[in-house]
Design a protein. Sequence first.
Length: 253
Amino acid sequence: MNDLSGATKVDTAASGKPLLAIRNLNVHYGPVHAVRRVSIEVPEQSIVALLGANGAGKTSVLTACMGFLPSTAEGLTFAGRSIAGLRTEEIVRSGMTLTPEGRRVFPGLTVAENLAMGGGATAALRARAKVNRERVFDLFPRLRERLNQKAGSLSGGEQQMLAIGRSLMSEPKLLLLDEPSLGLAPNIVDQIFDLIVLLNKTGTTILLVEQNAEVSLDISHTAFVLRGGEVAASGSSAELRGRGNLDGLYFGI
Ligand SMILES: Nc1ncnc2c1ncn2[C@@H]1O[C@H](COP(=O)(O)OP(=O)(O)O)[C@@H](O)[C@H]1O
Ligand SMILES: [Mg+2]
C-alpha cells in the first residue's frame, strides 16, 4: 500500500452520528432466512467494514438497504430519515449509492457513457455532471485516457474503478461497496483500498463489504462480522483485528 494508507483513519469518524442506521433487518428468499435481525450503524464520515464468509448475507444487507429486494426492519434510516419502502431511485437521490458485487459496468457502452448513466438521476446532477466527471478523473486518471473505449475492453481493475466512478457521479454521502477487491491482482487491490481511504478523507462515508478481512480492518473504523445471516461480532476494527482468529469468527469454530 502506498502512503495514503499510512494515515488511514479519519479523526472525526468514530464520534460521528449515524448516517445509516439499520435496526433488526430481516431478508427472506422464499424459505431461506438470509438476514436475521441485523443491526448496523454507519457513523457519518466513517468507514465501516461488513465482513463474513461467502453466503453470510453481506450482499443481501446492502441490496435490502438500497430497496432492491423486499425486507423488513424495525428501523432503516438514512441521514435521519426513514428510507424503508422507498424506491431505489429515491434512495440514490437522497445520497446513498451501491457499487455492486461483480462491478456490473455496461460492457457495450463507453467509459463516458457509463459515467453518464450514474449521474442522470436529477436535473441538478446532470447540470453538475461535467464537474463530477472531472472529480472521478482526478481519482482515476486511467479512466480519462480511456474515455471513448468500451467498458467491456477494460481490465478488471479499470472496470472496478469505472464502477466506483459511476457511483460517485450521483454524489453519494454514503457509498456501499460490495467486494471491490474481488478477483483483482494484488497491486490493483492496494490501489482500490487506497482509493477508498482517499474517498473517505474527502468526505464520503463508506460501508465496505469485503472478504479481504485484514486490509478491511486496517482501513475501517468499526466492523461487523456476519455469520449465517446474523451479526456474530462487532466492534472497533482495531479490537477485532487484535482478537485474531477471524476464521473462528467467520465459521463459528
Ligand atoms: N436470489 C436469491 N435467491 C435465493 N437465495 C439467495 C438469493 N440471493 C442470496 N441467497 C442466499 O442468501 C444467503 C446470503 O447470500 P448473500 O447475501 O449473497 O451472501 P454474501 O454476500 O455474504 O456472500 C445465501 O445462503 C444465499 O444462498
Ligand atoms: Mg456477496
